[in-house]
Design a binder for this molecule. Sequence first.
Ligand SMILES: NC(=O)c1ccc[n+]([C@@H]2O[C@H](COP(=O)([O-])OP(=O)(O)OC[C@H]3O[C@@H](n4cnc5c(N)ncnc54)[C@H](OP(=O)(O)O)[C@@H]3O)[C@@H](O)[C@H]2O)c1
Length: 253
Amino acid sequence: MDGVKEAAEREGSGSVNAREPKIHALVTGATSGIGLSVARGLLSLGHSVFATGRSGPRLDRLTEESRGKEGTLYTLACDLARTEEVGRLIDAATGALSQRIDLLVNNAGLAIFGEVEEATLEDFERLMAVNLRAPFLLSRAILPIMKKHGNGLIVNISSVAGLEAWAGSSLYSMTKFALRGLTGSLLAEGAPNGVKAVAICPGYVATPLVSGAPVPESEMIQPEDILKTILYLRELSPAAVPGDIVLKRLGGL
Ligand SMILES: NC(=O)c1ccc[n+]([C@@H]2O[C@H](COP(=O)([O-])OP(=O)(O)OC[C@H]3O[C@@H](n4cnc5c(N)ncnc54)[C@H](OP(=O)(O)O)[C@@H]3O)[C@@H](O)[C@H]2O)c1
């Protein structure tokens, strides 16, 4: 598999959560913020993680720090704005994870804010490609794999901006509203085969994405809260599934 790097083969003994069977997870946007926290957390619990982002050096850093952790890490640097690279990711991840993916976290995303009148077609297309088309393509490829195994969880990281739009949020909100639409259909179509889909809609999370926000980091949701939410989803019994999970910041968005 071209470009796939395998970091460590340490599945088995001494996992932090020994009750939970080991899973195979694909996490996008795993080079920073929420995705990095989710990838790190899953690895610590002994799971196999296929982590991706554009930045090769940041994936290499994750590989370095994963040494000594329980799980198995595979990485591939790719640009999800490019359809052919999404295809390359699907091939590489399904190959590395032996055609079994239990958890897909569609997390990679970017935000561009500004009023509709000033929004460019280029920005529209970039946001649509990364925030929406890539999750669609990945879900379309991985849902059948999950259905075949009779279980699986697709987590789409939407936003409070996917529930409500404000002046200046149009492009970002459009993608995050639509991601919730995709999630609803994935859930309806996956349910007969035991596959769940959930959109997580957080307010401000302390990551580089919102480094310019008018809220101190200490008062923001922490990236680990998203990891904990995903672990909570995995612990629910097979018939239990929440709708969208809205994670608000105490005292505001
Ligand atoms: N932070 C918040 O307040 C907040 C709130 C609600 C929702 N969210 C959502 O949470 C998700 C994660 O954001 P974050 O806050 O963790 O931001 P972040 O720290 O900026 O991380 C964004 C991730 O997306 C990846 N990415 C961006 N463009 C990409 C592309 N073209 N191809 C492949 N990967 C790409 C980045 O990797 P590379 O740079 O290596 O490509 C990075 O790993 C996003 O979908 C965001 O909309 C964030």
